[in-house]
Design a protein around this ligand. Structure first.
Ligand code: MG
Ligand code: MG
Length: 243
């Protein structure tokens, strides 16, 4: 699973280095797919429940599941959330990052920083004996303390020989007792954080999720193994010098 996730990490770093005004989301999808295939892995999202592309690209008010398009070119001041997954030797990797396109508004920059930080705080909770709700609480408390909201309709998940496995990892605290984290589990934690309302809707394409108030949204995701030595971030990008 580390090998699968390191391919994802390499692709996300390549995208971070490539994103610039004028480039189309179609070109980014093509580059991600080519790098993935050259590493003998299979793009995990292409064909998943009929999703047409390898990469999910979500711009500004788009939260997740945006479809790459030749017509959609990035503009200075945009933020681009890229979510990528691969299957390598039967195991899955999944990670996401929100990338600024050139200089962005200060309020948007702060949203990105807070979302990234909420993921870091969540990862600290990935220890044997904790519950899923400890992760949810870490994200929700931090995000709401900054005045932002967490998306409720989409959640993180277990990952392994399938892209999406149990348990669900919500970014907000639900009622009742949640599952305990046990050694050997791998989970994908993926806070989706909105500048305004937590409410979202799906566009007519059947995929693209946008914020109900059209304010920007950020998305960061890592796949993390629960080990006796603490959380092991399988999709860490330090090897490729990305953040
Ligand atoms: Mg993902
Ligand atoms: Mg995921």
């Amino acid at each position: 699973m580390q090998d699968a996730n390191q391919i994802v990490a390499e692709v996300l770093c390549m995208l971070q280095d490539t994103v610039a005004p004028g480039i189309s989301t179609f070109e980014l999808d093509k580059m991600a797919e080519e790098l993935c295939l050259s590493r003998n892995s299979i793009p995990a999202f292409k064909g998943y429940h009929g999703f047409p592309s390898s990469l999910c690209v979500s711009i500004n008010e788009e939260v997740v599941h945006g479809i790459p398009s030749r017509k959609r070119k990035l503009k200075k001041g945009d933020i681009l959330s890229v979510d990528f997954g691969v299957c390598y030797k039967g195991f899955y990797g999944d990670s996401a990052v929100t990338i600024p396109v050139g200089k962005i508004k200060n309020e948007t920059y702060k949203l990105l920083q807070a979302t990234r930080k909420s993921l870091e705080l969540a990862i600290e909770q990935v220890v044997i004996g904790n519950r899923v709700s400890d992760i949810s609480k870490a994200v929700q408390q931090y995000v709401e303390s900054k005045g932002y909201s967490v998306v409720r309709q989409f959640v993180g998940h277990g990952i392994g020989s399938s892209l999406h496995e149990g348990p669900e990892i919500p970014n907000y605290v639900q009622g009742g007792q949640s599952p305990r984290l046990i050694e050997g589990m791998v989970i994908a934690i993926e806070p989706m954080v909105n500048l305004g309302t937590h409410k979202v809707k799906v566009l007519r394409d059947g995929w693209t999720v946008i914020t109900a108030d059209k304010k920007p949204s950020a998305h960061f995701e890592h796949s993390i193994a629960i080990t006796a030595g603490g959380p092991l971030v399988l999709s860490a990008r330090d090897k490729f010098s990305g953040q």
